[in-house]
Design a binder for this molecule. Structure first.
Ligand code: AMP
Length: 214
């Protein structure tokens, strides 16, 4: 799931996980849990979260690898909040290829900025998240457009991008997502894995940047 902060990744991630009976792995939740438990990782990342900055790639990628590894050979997974940068997208793709767990779908939730800020400020009143203050919200949004949004192009070129208008109420958005994914599932689940032709995508398109051959 790729979306700006406040677009409803968490809400829809839970709906999706229940519907498909697969785990929902949210890097933001994992990181906040580390901070709450004051683990070594938590102490190292707290100030990044408070300021709305991205935590270093190696921390996130190791966390994601640890979360994905036990799911190898399983029914699937939902990743929420990662990749956040093109570098993370490349690294995550390499990990997923290694584990035989590449993404079938990249789900993008599109929401207008004014609506995002409204939702995040409302959430701040309820949850007291340290990064839901107006300044930090604006910074997180800027970061999203600068480094995260461009990744969508890469998923578009891979042909796995599903973009949903998520300005509407959560139930309407959830219904649209599930309908779209159920239709796609018929294509994706066509045959056993062994019958699917492996595709090497590392040389694909400008979105994959400097690694493109030729
Ligand atoms: P989220 O709950 O997805 O809004 O994430 C909350 C915060 O966790 C972000 O503002 C970042 O500080 C950090 N974070 C979550 N996922 C990542 C990621 N993939 N890369 C770097 N930082 C992340």
């Amino acid at each position: 799931m790729i979306a700006p902060p406040g677009a409803g990744k968490g809400t829809q991630g839970v709906v999706l996980a229940e519907h498909f009976a697969i785990p929902h792995i949210a890097t933001g939740d994992l990181l906040r849990d580390h901070v709450a438990r004051a683990t070594e990782v938590g102490r190292a990342v707290k100030s990044f979260l408070d300021r709305g900055e991205l935590v270093p790639d190696d921390v996130v990628l190791q966390m994601v690898r640890q979360a994905l590894e036990p799911l190898k050979g399983g029914e699937g997974w939902i990743l929420d909040g990662v990749p956040r940068t093109m570098e993370q997208a490349r690294a995550l793709y390499a990990i997923a290829v290694e584990l035989g767990m590449t993404a079938d779908v990249a789900l993008h939730l599109q929401v207008e900025d004014a609506e995002l800020v409204r939702r995040l400020l409302a959430r701040a009143q309820q949850t007291g998240r340290s990064d839901d203050t107006e300044d930090v919200i604006r910074h997180r949004l800027e970061l999203y457009y600068e480094v995260t949004h461009p990744i969508l192009e890469w998923y578009g070129e891979r042909g796995i991008l599903v973009s949903v208008d998520a300005n509407r109420p959560p139930e309407a958005v959830g219904r649209q997502i599930l309908t779209a994914l159920e239709v796609l599932r018929q294509v994706i689940d066509r045959g056993p894995d062994a019958e699917r032709k492996p595709v090497d995508l590392t040389g694909l398109g400008a979105a994959f940047g400097r690694r493109t051959q030729g």
